[in-house]
Design a protein. Structure first.
Length: 150
């Protein structure tokens, strides 16, 4: 999944945390997202596109944000799963056909037409936008000493 990508991973999410997250989500979460959390419960790394940095929150934090309805008033229907660390939220959203996409929005601008932009058509596509890890040491030594998940 993240093989050969620059990604600082966290430890895997527990089954209990994943179950809680699924139970509070207003729509079915993508299997690829839940699979990702089961290997790396959040983490961060550089994106090759704007907003240039991706921080994915741990499952428990995403569930807490959803339960507290932090963004519901101004950004309804979006499950915030991370940020860029500088005021841009990264969220999953689902349409009437239950197709889930990844969006980014400026948390300081409540005008959805101005603020919300499509970041990736799928969660897998979002991960594909992470910068490649092409360090010389990695090409010689493989994944020795790197926390890379696949």
């Amino acid at each position: 999944m993240l093989e050969n990508k620059k990604w600082n991973k966290n430890h895997a999410a527990s089954t209990a945390k994943l179950i809680k997250l699924v139970s509070v989500s207003p729509f079915p979460l993508p299997a690829s997202y839940l699979d990702f959390l089961s290997k790396s419960d959040g983490g961060e790394g550089p994106l090759a596109v704007q907003p240039c940095w991706l921080i994915l929150f741990p499952a428990e934090e995403v569930a807490d944000i959803e339960e507290s309805a932090t963004y519901h008033e101004f950004f309804p229907g979006h499950v915030v799963i991370g940020s860029n660390g500088g005021g841009v939220a990264i969220a999953l959203t689902s349409d009437a056909e239950r197709k889930t996409t990844v969006i980014a929005f400026d948390t300081t601008n409540i005008d959805l037409k101005e603020s919300v932009v499509l970041l990736a058509p799928t969660f897998e596509a979002l991960l594909a936008m992470l910068e490649d890890d092409v360090s010389p040491a990695k090409s010689v030594l493989g994944n020795v000493g790197n926390d890379v998940i696949s």
